[in-house]
Ligand binder design. Structure first.
Ligand code: LLP
Length: 436
């Protein structure tokens, strides 16, 4: 069961809390509204899928770095996958065990690697210069670093080019023709480096598990080769990347179980520990971005609904042309018909849209002028709510202050609404309502 459902009267709810009521209770809009229960369910899906395998679920912190969410995922049993020293610092603050964390990246700084080395984090080797920096950090700290080789397997993830990372011309990882150089060089640093595994990350929003299988086959072959040269490789890290159902159109997409089942035998056959690095599939569907309608206008052949949120708070549609499902919070009126709108924000550029050509319910029997009039009169005066779904991953963590907009507050619902990104003020949902 998803956490964002309609009440019998047709109001959108998050774990039983009406989004409309939440909108009245919070002091600043737009805002992010998370379901803690859905985060737990998403993690449980991985835990169940991984039964019988020795594994680490390393949550990709870049997807969402809210401290409360990190603490929750850590309590559930996650490790963390990091791409900067600040992400590592935050993960430590959230209580993650650093020996179950992985430090990734194609441009890691020596000072960041020093922190990782001190804490005993796994480090991925991405390039020749990265290897040099890792050796330097190990010497500074006086500790051997457990490293994995990030291999670029040249598998096409069939996703938007901006989120494809494992094809041969990508900036990430090392190609097979250089493997021998890396193995020889690692061997020459026995006091600095301990090669414990191989890593790959193909890309993000992947919706076919065969892609993971193709990569895993290549990876275990690499591991066979590496082992044959005397390295005690224990870990296969297959990265993150599993997509989710952004379209809400009934598509059946692979689950964590489907993903793990495609690689399970390979992992067993080589007696490996599996590391996976999910971000989106743990957190994306646990949140919606809640907006108010500011007004409705038309230009040329277009109807626009203007909301208070924008590309500043949620940039995925502008940046990748990504689709995120959009709905009005209230139920349609009995005489509703459907009209088509571009859903746009107030930011001063035409890249500022949350959705194009979206169908929203408006009253029947009204022509366009009346629609405008009606929509402005009702939506605007009531401050109608409009949500962008699946906003848990790469939305708040990519939010900016463009046009000097404020970064939005974040709440999650338990039995009450809890603000989770400011000074730990716990507000009982009902109390907040009474205050208003
Ligand atoms: N591991 C590595 C090495 C990664 O680079 C990433 C994501 C992940 C794990 C997590 O992947 P996930 O399970 O979330 O797909 N901003 C883009 C997504 C960029 C993903 C970058 N790397 C978006 O909004 O779609």
């Amino acid at each position: 069961i998803g956490s964002f459902t309609r009440s019998p009267e047709g109001y959108l709810c998050c774990d039983g809390v009406r989004v409309q009521d939440a909108m009245e209770a919070v002091e600043r809009r737009p805002f992010y509204l998370y379901s803690k229960a859905q985060i737990t369910r998403n993690f449980e899906a991985y835990r169940e899928a991984l039964e019988g395998l020795s594994s680490i679920v390393g949550y990709a912190v870049k997807a969402n770095n809210n401290l409360k969410i990190l603490e929750h995922l850590r309590e559930l049993g996650c490790g963390a996958v990091l791409v900067s020293a600040n992400e590592l610092r935050l993960a430590l603050r959230a209580g993650f065990d650093p020996t179950r964390c992985v430090f990734n990246g194609n441009g890691k700084l020596v000072e960041d690697l020093v922190l990782a080395a001190k804490e005993g984090v796994f480090v991925n080797i991405d390039s020749e210069f990265d290897l040099e920096n890792i050796v330097t950090a190990a010497r500074v700290v006086g500790k051997k670093i457990r490293v994995l080789l990030r291999i670029n397997p040249d598998v096409d993830p069939q996703v938007h080019p901006y989120v494809a990372t494992g094809n041969k011309n990508s900036k990430f990882g090392i190609r097979n023709e250089k493997l021998q150089w890396f193995l020889d060089t690692i061997k020459s640093y026995p006091n600095e480096l301990k090669l414990v595994g191989a890593h790959c990350h193909l890309g993000s929003t992947i919706t076919k598990v065969d892609i993971f299988r193709d990569a895993a086959i290549l990876m275990v072959n690499y591991i066979d080769e590496i082992r044959s040269q005397g390295f005690e490789v224990e870990f296969l890290n297959i990265g993150g990347g599993l997509g989710i159902d952004y379209y809400h159109a009934g598509a059946i997409l692979p689950t964590p179980l489907d993903l793990i089942n495609t690689v399970r035998e390979l992992v067993h056959s080589r007696d490996l520990n599996l590391i996976i690095e999910p971000g989106r599939s743990l957190i994306a569907n646990t949140c919606c971005f809640v907006n108010r309608v500011t007004g409705v206008k038309t230009n040329g052949t277009k109807n626009f609904v203007v909301i208070d949120g924008s590309m500043a708070e949620l940039i995925r549609p502008s940046l990748y042309g990504a689709y995120q499902h959009i709905e009005l919070v209230s139920p349609p009126s009995p005489d509703a018909k459907i009209s088509t709108f571009d859903v746009v924000g107030p930011v001063c550029e035409s890249a500022d849209f949350l959705g194009k050509d979206r169908e929203l319910h408006t009253p029947a029997k009204l022509g366009l002028i009346s629609l405008l009039h009606y929509a402005n009169r009702t939506w605007k005066s009531q401050g109608a709510g409009l949500v962008v779904h699946d906003a848990g991953a790469y939305c708040m963590s990519m939010a900016s202050t463009y046009n000097l907009k404020m970064r939005p507050p974040e709440y999650w619902s338990e039995y009450y609404l809890l603000k989770i990104n400011s000074e730990n003020k716990i507000k009982q949902f009902n109390q907040v309502q009474q205050m208003i």
